[in-house]
Each structure stands twice: as C-alpha cells, then as structure tokens.
Design a protein around this ligand. Structure first.
Ligand code: IMP
Ligand code: MG
Length: 206
C-alpha cells in the first residue's frame, strides 16, 4: 500500500545525510564540534581511491596490514573491505597522548610481542600523522626486531607541520592544517570516536 509520505527526499535532507551520515550525533556531542572537515561520504570516496592504489601496488605480494589501534579502527575496517587481496591483518596498540591534545613524546606499546611479519610486506595503517613519534617508534621496532621485506605507511590524515621525526607516508587520505580533529576513530580523551565524520573540536571542549 502507498503510504502517506511522499517518497521524494528533499535536497536538504540528502545534504544533511551526506554531511553527517545516517546517524547524526546527539546534541551533547554535536555541540562540541566547531566545523566538519570531511563528511561521511567524502571520507568513503577518498578511501575508494586509496584502496584502488593499494590493491594495484600489492597484487601478487605477501601483504600484512598492521592497524594502529584504537584510532585507525574505522579507517582500517572500511579500507580493507575494498582491497580484494589475500592479505593478513594484525593490530598493535600504542599510546602517546594519555588524555591531552599534545603528544607526551613517549610511545608506549601495549603488546609484549610484535606481529609476525618476517619476510612479508607490511602496510601500517594509522589514523593521523602528527609529530611522527608514534609511526617512527613502530617502524623502527618492526625493522629492528622483525625483518619485514618492506614497510609502508598509510594514514587517513596528515597534519601540515614540522615533524619531530621524518616520516614519509606512502598513502595519505587528506592533508589538514595543524588543528585537533575528532571523529571517525579519532578521539579526545576517548570520546567522539563514533562520529561518522571528521571535525574540529571547539577550543573550550578540550
Ligand atoms: P604522533 O605520534 O604525534 O604522530 O601522533 C600520532 C597519534 O596521536 C595518532 O595516531 C593519534 O592517535 C593521535 N593524534 C594526533 N593528532 C590527533 C588529533 O588531532 N586528534 C586525535 N588524535 C590525534
Ligand atoms: Mg590515538
């Protein structure tokens, strides 16, 4: 039976969905966001492009993807489902922020043992490249302790700023200004990871 409501969805409603995704945040999270940098559909479109490049580059190679938890969780999940290669997935957990918006400079590994990547091509997937300390610590330990065939880095976001370590990621989703962003896996004090878009936090929310 035909319902009461017109099946035609307004342009305004469609635009809203594109910006914030299917599940807009409730006011107590939404009000902390100053600006949306990349809406849900823009993130997915960029991941399509990255996945296509990675698929071409690693076809026929023994690939292990190492996701850096927790920030890269959403990104890795969306990225890998677009890479139809027989890859392996491992995760490592590191922390350097401990609740603030500036790195403490100290990178702590949660696992006692590293993934078994000896003789394999490794793609490290992280949410964001900031000072470079985290990815430098991870790549240095991998190369020294595990002897992978190659190590490349894929980040969703790269902040344009001087690095404390010279990290050169092979795959970058978006270049951004030096500002603190949350959403789509990225947190401030463990909050906002579940926002479907990437946004800048209001200064008084940190
Ligand atoms: P780095 O060691 O300074 O490069 O920082 C890397 C880690 O810090 C990332 O994996 C993130 O977890 C976190 N981080 C850096 N910048 C931001 C940000 O703007 N928002 C949320 N987390 C961030
Ligand atoms: Mg993090």
């Amino acid at each position: 039976m035909v319902g009461w409501e017109s099946p035609v969805v307004s342009e305004k409603a469609l635009d809203f969905k594109r910006r914030v995704g299917e599940h807009p945040p409730e006011p107590d999270m939404d009000e902390d966001i100053e600006e949306i940098l990349f809406h849900a559909a823009a993130i997915q479109a960029r991941i399509d492009e990255l996945a296509a490049r990675i698929t071409e580059d690693y076809r026929g190679k023994e690939l292990t993807v190492v996701a850096v938890l927790t920030g890269a969780l959403m990104f890795t999940a969306d990225l890998l489902r677009r890479i139809p290669l027989p890859l392996k997935l491992d995760c490592i957990s590191v922390a350097s922020y401990h609740g603030g918006t500036e790195t403490t400079g100290e990178v702590k590994f949660s696992q006692l043992s590293l993934p078994d990547i000896e003789g394999r091509h490794v793609l490290i997937v992280d949410d964001i490249l900031d000072s470079g300390l985290t990815l430098d610590a991870i790549t240095a330990r991998f190369r020294k302790e595990r002897h992978p065939l190659s190590v490349r880095i894929c980040v969703l976001l790269s902040k344009q700023k001087p690095r404390r370590r010279p990290i050169d990621p092979h795959y970058v989703g978006f270049e951004i200004e030096d500002e603190f962003v949350v959403g789509y896996g990225l947190d401030y004090d463990e909050r906002y990871r579940n926002l479907p878009f990437l946004g800048v936090l209001k200064p008084d929310s940190t």
